[in-house]
Design a protein around this ligand. Structure first.
Ligand code: ARG
Length: 430
């Protein structure tokens, strides 16, 4: 032990030693102080301990308070575009049924999205403040309530909320379609990407453009098209099943590729119109019941059925889609094609140079005057669709027959769906 009253050189040495042995610190003080501190030691120790405990307690208390109890509510405002819903005056007042249903749907969609996100503990609720119009789209102004602790950085929270909201309509590739759209018919998932369309003279279809299009395959090879009208029923042509009427041999595939379809579903039942006449092609309509429900996604979805009295105006634009051949007696293709055609009145279609009376009232013609654009072999059973003013797509025809493909004055002849609207209801309840 070093003596308390040492020389400055000794103190220096002690100081050096102290650097290594801190418990000897008291001993380096001058004698007087050293003796005094020796007698006060227990109190100092006690005081220091109490002080340290008190400080620790305050720190822990503050930490607990800030971490656990200092939650504050924050409100965030945002606007989201609702795909597939057109704005109408009925959305201008919150009192209308339409307004309430849609805003209820939007709110539950937002809740679901946040409850599945990493902000699930922070999200409290959302509220639609206003539905408004922007071009053809409907915009919902929404307010969301979150609880955050004060530590959370406002700006980064805002970014996280925005990114979750933005993922909403297009999240995982199949199930991104919003619940609102899933309850509706004839809604296309993507932005419409129709290019210079000329099936025969057609162009390749994009995923989700014609989500109701079905490939009906017999012994695993594509034979006919069809259109999904509910999650259990497909509308198609009677002539597809004439020699192939055993449901178990058929499957339905969904998606634009027949080689790698998005879903494959077995067939349970095939209902062919009782009065189908192969000679005249009259009543060329059939219903195919699936052995299970298909799951609607943004790529697989039903088309709307027209009302029995819905007018189909000659000259109006329609689209036909299918995997049929590109030329008469060509082979079918594996990627879905689309073609833009015009509705032709039965009168004109029945002209002597045309079909000369073979087009019956339950049939409908569509094509282009100069020819070159048409459905062809393998497109049979597939849909001819038209868009209404609300951007919903309706099936107006079923590919049925024609003289070869794409010849001038010999347009495609389709089963006129409006004429069979009641028959469809009688068979399926739809
Ligand atoms: N019957 C043909 C089929 O089984 C469809 C013919 C359509 N022809 C036409 N020119 N549009 O695929």
């Amino acid at each position: 032990m070093v003596s308390p009253a040492g020389t400055s050189r000794q103190r220096e040495q002690v100081a050096i030693a102290t650097a290594r042995k801190p418990e000897e610190k008291a001993d380096i003080r001058p004698a007087r102080v050293a003796s005094a501190s020796r007698s006060l030691n227990p109190y100092v120790v006690f005081f220091v301990v109490v002080a340290v405990v008190a400080i620790l307690a305050v720190i822990i208390g503050l930490l607990v308070y800030f971490l656990a109890f200092d939650q504050k509510s924050s409100f965030y405002q945002s606007s989201i575009q609702i795909l597939g819903v057109r704005y109408s005056n009925e959305f201008s007042s919150p009192a209308t049924e339409k307004y309430r249903t849609l805003s209820g749907n939007i709110e539950s969609m937002i809740t679901r999205t946040f409850k599945e996100s990493d902000l699930k503990n922070q999200f409290i609720k959302s509220h639609v403040v206003k539905l408004r119009q922007s071009g053809n789209d409907l915009i919902a102004d929404i307010v969301m309530k979150f609880t955050f602790t004060r530590r959370n950085n406002e700006a980064s929270m805002k970014r996280r909320i925005e990114s979750i909201l933005h993922q909403m309509p297009n999240t995982s590739e199949d199930f991104g379609m919003t619940p609102i759209q899933l309850t509706q018919c004839g809604v296309r998932s993507g932005l419409i990407t129709l290019s210079g369309d000329r099936i025969m003279g057609g162009s390749k279809a994009e995923e989700g453009d014609w989500p109701w299009q079905v490939s009906l395959q017999w012994s695993n090879s594509h034979r006919c098209g069809g259109a999904l009208i509910s999650n259990r029923w497909i509308l198609s042509a009677a002539h597809c099943f004439r020699s192939y009427s055993e449901p178990r041999q058929w499957i339905a595939t969904f998606g634009t590729s027949t080689t790698s379809p998005r879903q494959r579903v077995g067939v349970m039942r095939i209902l062919i119109h009782n009065n189908y006449n192969p000679e005249t092609h009259e009543n060329d309509i059939a219903l195919v019941q699936l052995d299970r429900e298909v799951t609607y996604t943004r790529y697989i979805h039903r088309v709307c059925l027209p009302e029995a009295n819905q007018a189909i105006s000659p000259g109006s634009t329609a689209y036909v889609t299918g995997w049929g051949s590109q030329s008469y007696s060509g082979s079918t293709v594996s990627e879905l094609k689309q073609a833009q055609v015009n509705i032709i009145s039965n009168n004109i279609c029945n002209a002597p140079a045309g079909y000369n009376g073979a087009v019956l009232p339950g049939m409908l013609c569509a094509g282009v005057p100069q020819g070159g654009v048409d459905a062809c072999q393998g497109d049979s059973g597939g849909p001819l669709v038209q868009e209404d003013s609300r951007q919903h797509w309706f099936i107006v025809g079923i590919v049925s027959w024609g003289y070869q493909c794409g010849l001038p004055d010999k347009p495609g002849v389709y089963t006129r769906v409006t004429a069979y609207r009641d028959w469809i209801t009688r068979q399926t309840g739809i």
